[in-house]
Design a protein around this ligand. Structure first.
Ligand code: PLP
Length: 370
């Protein structure tokens, strides 16, 4: 059945069409001017010195870790309540992800539980700013400094979100964003690594391009690299999407406020997102908790779908995926808060174009099902 309200929908204007068409007509489909323009404008938009465009958010996280020198035998502290890419990128390097349970209100990594997981092998912390809200970066940066750990931010869900006025992706050594079609802005597939560290930036540019030595053209490859380049069509799309980013964020905040307003009378069934003090949330997804629940949440999703409303569990805990259970020996009970959130949450439609009337209709349907 075709959904009346999908979970997400990209907002593509004439400018995007024109930009992509101009690339197709130019003949330069890769390594061209749009990637450079996109990087410059993106760095400015997030308040970072350098930006390196890559083929996906996952690729960006991978090279951020490699550039930080993370590899075999190292441990990286991260959250089990995330999209699997954050943890997978750690495994790609040969390092081991070490999970720390989350805060029950924000679903972000709980800094008070980090220090007990630090060992001699710990090299980095990868906080994941989940759903559009930053982690407690004040505490995380304090702990990182105390234990001399590198911080790599998975900011893939939190473009333009701020903590105490500072943007996601600008606290750590590097920050990574993603542009899959459901994110705050899209390039189809794509990602961006941002950093203020020139050395990390140059390493990242080399790593995305087969390890080619910087500014040496074909003369030398001085390290093992990858092909993680972003193509020109994606970058052209990204340049146009950047111009719409303020609108996208404004609309998401407005829709979230409508949900909050119309769900408020039903607090006994539905818990709405909590924004922690000092944070500005940019709502990559709008996630509510259904109570009381257990299996009921999945039935609610199914019924919403039958009535034309897209919805999904957001998110399953990574440590309970079969591959992770086998690899790391993790099991149910290891991270009870993350598991509890995973069992009760669902995402509701949020994208540019939804009106207050639409939100009223979605809420009415949800409440009638409950
Ligand atoms: C989207 C996302 C990524 C990156 O995803 P790609 O599909 O590789 O661009 C990484 N981490 C989180 C938390 C994400 O939501």
């Amino acid at each position: 059945m075709k959904l009346i309200y999908p979970l997400a929908r990209p907002n593509i204007s004439k400018k995007e069409e024109r930009n992509v068409l101009s690339v197709l007509r130019s003949g330069t489909l890769s390594i061209g001017p749009f990637v450079e323009e996109f990087e410059k404008k993106f760095a400015k938009a997030v308040g970072s010195k350098y930006a390196c465009a890559v083929s996906s958010g996952t690729a960006g996280l991978h090279i951020a870790l490699v550039a930080a020198g993370i590899g075999e035998g190292d441990e990286v502290i991260t959250s089990p309540f995330s999209f699997i890419a954050s943890s997978n990128s750690i495994l790609y390097t040969g390092a081991r992800p070490v999970f720390v349970d989350v805060d029950p209100l924000t679903y972000n990594i709980d800094p008070s539980k980090i220090e007990e997981k630090i060992t001699r092998r710990t090299k980095a912390i990868m906080p994941v700013h989940i759903f559009g809200q930053l982690c407690d970066m004040h505490e995380i940066m304090r702990i990182a400094k105390k234990h001399k750990l590198i911080v790599i931010e998975d900011a893939c869900e939190s473009l333009k979100a701020t903590y105490r006025g500072k943007q996601a992706g600008t606290f750590g050594q590097s920050g990574v964003f993603a542009f899959y079609a459901n994110k705050q802005m899209t390039t189809g597939e794509g990602g961006m690594l941002v950093t203020d560290d020139k050395h990390i930036y140059e390493l990242a540019k080399s790593l995305r391009n087969q390890g080619r030595a910087p500014n040496m053209q074909w003369l030398d490859h001085d390290r093992l690299g990858f092909n993680y380049r972003m193509d020109e069509m994606s970058a052209a799309l990204g340049v146009a999407q950047l111009e719409q980013l303020a609108l996208s964020i404004r609309e998401r905040k407005k829709i979230a406020a409508w949900y909050e307003k119309h769900l408020r009378p039903y607090r006994q069934f539905v818990t709405t997102p909590k924004v922690a003090p000092g944070n500005s949330h940019t709502y990559f997804v709008y996630v509510v908790q259904i109570r009381p629940a257990g299996r009921r949440r999945d039935a609610v999703i199914e019924k919403l779908g039958k009535r034309g409303i897209g919805s999904k569990p957001y998110l399953p805990s990574i440590h309970l995926f079969s591959f992770y259970k086998k690899l790391l020996g993790t099991k149910r009970g290891d991270f009870p808060i993350s598991e509890n959130v995973s069992d009760h949450t669902l995402a509701l439609p949020i994208y540019v174009g939804l009106t207050e009337k639409d939100i009223r209709r979605i809420v009415a349907t949800l409440i009638s099902i409950l």
